[in-house]
Design a protein around this ligand. Sequence first.
Ligand SMILES: Nc1ncnc2c1ncn2[C@@H]1O[C@H](COP(=O)(O)OP(=O)(O)O)[C@@H](O)[C@H]1O
Ligand SMILES: [Mg+2]
Length: 220
Amino acid sequence: MLKINKLCVSLEGSPILRSLSLEIHAGTTIAVVGRNGAGKTTLLRSIMGLIPASSGDMHLDEHNLIFSKAHLRPSLGIGYAPEDRVIFPTLSVQENLEFPCGIQKMTKLEIEERLEHVLDVVPQLKVMLPRSGSALSGGQGKMVALGRALMVGSSVVLLDEPFQGLAPALALQYSQALGRLRTSRPDLSVLITESNSALLSDIPNQILTIERGSFVDTTH
Ligand SMILES: Nc1ncnc2c1ncn2[C@@H]1O[C@H](COP(=O)(O)OP(=O)(O)O)[C@@H](O)[C@H]1O
Ligand SMILES: [Mg+2]
């Protein structure tokens, strides 16, 4: 379970996340929805340790993430698909997918097994494997970023606005991949952000609304 308690984050002296608390139990998908600038990317980047928390707690099961350096968080099984994809143009798609596993010093066999699993979940990646990272459309880049997050994300995956800008056919493929993921990895915790909740259809178990760095109660 990923448990965040009263997380506060400031950027350049301005408070951006204000006392956010969130629990994602194993096997659940939570969506954080809010307009541009609400703090969605900042939340995911602080879970990855790319932005320091100014106060609050973050635990993944028994691991205190606040004390865990950014480069160690993928080794705890946290995968991240950033909003801007960050696909290396000089590497093939397969190399892009395997890249974070190499950093984690996984064995060749383990990487092969993970790739096989990811290709089961996102079969569209199969034909793309030999292609250059520079030859991908924005939507294909999002599929690769999902696959790459799944290569290391054995406990948690964080998907930043995955549906933003995806053509309808690709958006359907992406949500079908998330459906297969639910079946094949029933214990995985998934955190998805979106600015438009209509794009999420019935994927999340729960939707939280974020405004100016705080969760707001939209039930009344
Ligand atoms: N590097 C930065 N320095 C200062 N402020 C930032 C930085 N990055 C983002 N912000 C501000 O933090 C707020 C939240 O941004 P962000 O987390 O990117 O929102 P979202 O992903 O919901 O669009 C915005 O007001 C944005 O201007
Ligand atoms: Mg964002």
